[in-house]
Design a binder for this molecule. Structure first.
Ligand SMILES: O=P(O)(O)OC[C@H]1O[C@H](OP(=O)(O)OP(=O)(O)O)[C@H](O)[C@@H]1O
Ligand SMILES: Nc1ncnc2[nH]cnc12
Length: 170
């Protein structure tokens, strides 16, 4: 199945000069959605993953499905001020701004085997900040995976210490 045909490029969103990769056409298609989950999960099936970490908000969409497919738990990393309990925080730069993400301090334990998932790897600022949060809690990152990687933005250079995978490259 050609997953690329379900990704829509929207020019000048949310700011002039940005080519935004819109995954909503993919989400509308059940077969394409299942194919994404299968491809994300396949190499991880024997890796004894205990929790998938998803980054708000689009990282929740496939992060939760991947966790279910792997019989793993799910940990949300959320934007500033959204998690109700004790949190660790990390600020970072985006392709179109700056932001701050947080994780609950009791979200994981040192024995967990973690996968971090997000829909898009662009500059890598978000993924790098997520890794910093996990490291603050002493977590063990087995892999980062993404549905889409924007090659020219060189996000992979920010997560060089970890294995990572993207299903689609632009
Ligand atoms: O590699 P980076 O340059 O850090 O960009 C990637 C991040 O940008 C998008 O999220 P966004 O902050 O737009 O939020 P959303 O998921 O709520 O749409 C995307 O879902 C990633 O989380
Ligand atoms: N160009 C882009 N399209 C979709 N999501 C993004 N997150 C960061 N850059 C993005």
């Amino acid at each position: 199945m050609k997953l690329e045909k379900y990704i829509r490029t929207v020019h000048d969103f949310p700011k002039k000069g940005i080519s935004y990769k819109d995954i909503t056409p993919l989400l509308q298609n059940a077969d394409a959605t299942k194919e994404v989950v299968k491809k994300l999960a396949e190499p991880l099936k024997n890796q004894h993953i205990t929790k998938v970490v998803g980054i708000e908000s689009r990282g929740f969409l496939f992060g939760m499905l991947l966790a279910s497919e792997l019989n793993a738990g799910f940990i949300p990393i959320r934007k500033l001020g959204k998690l109700p309990f004790d949190v660790e925080s990390q600020s970072y730069d985006l392709e179109y701004g700056t932001d701050q993400i947080e994780i609950h301090r009791d979200a994981l334990n040192v024995n967990d085997r973690l996968v971090i998932h997000d829909d898009v790897l662009a500059t890598g600022g978000t993924a790098q900040a997520a890794c910093k949060l996990i490291n603050k809690l002493g977590g063990n990152i087995i892999e980062l995976n993404f549905l889409i990687e924007l090659n020219d933005l060189k996000g992979k250079e920010k997560i060089i210490e970890y294995p990572y995978r993207s299903l689609l490259n632009y």
